[in-house]
Design a protein around this ligand. Structure first.
Ligand SMILES: N[C@@H](CCC(=O)N[C@@H](CS)C(=O)NCC(=O)O)C(=O)O
Length: 221
């Protein structure tokens, strides 16, 4: 398998990196795409890896390419040699974890990333290679803050989002928040106490400390 990773701190590649480090039991070849200079938008990457021009992507041993981070992580979770599943071990656990993943993704991550993608900094970075929505920043901030306020209630008495152990829902939210925290000043105020405490717990994990650096060319754990 080949993972197409990135050399810039985009939340999507960061989330997959965090996943592989937390999951264990994986062996991957890694190609680092020069996202900082938008090599992902060059014809070569779009014609040989991902027509959508986005990273990360995963090339399977049979040649097919999987994109979209929850699909990539879901596949890696199933083929891992050992370690513990981050998507759940029973149909009930899997359903519950997928429920949280979808809540976190649609209700929090996508709105705050879309907020950032409305900024002038994002416009400068993407150089018209991506459709951005600067006029929707206010709505996206309200959506993300509403989602985070709800999560603050949901996290009362819990260590992790889906209960007492780390799952894909924590990986997704922490990968996104950790990657974007320096760019979004309103993301993690101390007043949202349960979210702030969860964020601090996640930050203390060994994998979280390494997630901002690209993976080596050969990764095994
Ligand atoms: N829906 C995709 C989103 C991937 C994505 O947007 N990746 C960003 C990096 S965080 C990217 O490729 N940005 C560069 C670009 O769009 O040119 C997924 O789930 O993997």
């Amino acid at each position: 398998m080949i993972l197409y990773d990135a050399n810039a701190p985009g939340p999507n590649p960061v989330t997959v990196r965090l996943f592989v480090m937390e999951r264990g039991g994986l062996s991957l070849d890694v190609v680092t795409i020069d996202l900082a200079n938008l090599a992902n938008r060059a014809k070569e990457y779009r014609t040989t890896v991902n027509a959508r021009g986005e990273v990360p992507a995963l090339r399977l041993d049979d040649g097919r390419v999987i994109t979209e981070i929850t699909a990539i992580c879901g596949y890696l979770d199933q083929v891992a040699r050992d370690g513990r599943s981050l998507f759940g071990g029973t149909p009930e656990e899997r359903a519950e974890i997928q429920m949280w993943v979808r809540r976190v993704d649609l209700g929090i991550c996508q709105p705050f990333v879309t907020w950032w993608r409305g900024t002038e900094a994002a416009e400068g970075f993407y150089r018209s290679n991506r459709v951005l929505f600067p006029e929707a920043m206010r709505n996206n901030r309200i959506l993300a803050e509403t989602g985070l306020n709800q999560l603050d209630d949901d996290l009362e008495g819990r260590e992790f989002i889906a209960g007492d152990r780390i799952t894909m829902a924590d990986i997704l939210l922490y990968g996104f928040m950790g990657a974007m925290i320096g760019l979004i000043p309103w993301l993690n105020p101390p007043g949202r106490q349960n979210v702030a405490a969860w964020f601090a717990r996640m930050s203390a994990r060994e994998a979280s400390k390494q997630m901002m650096s690209p993976l080596p060319g050969r990764f095994e754990n």
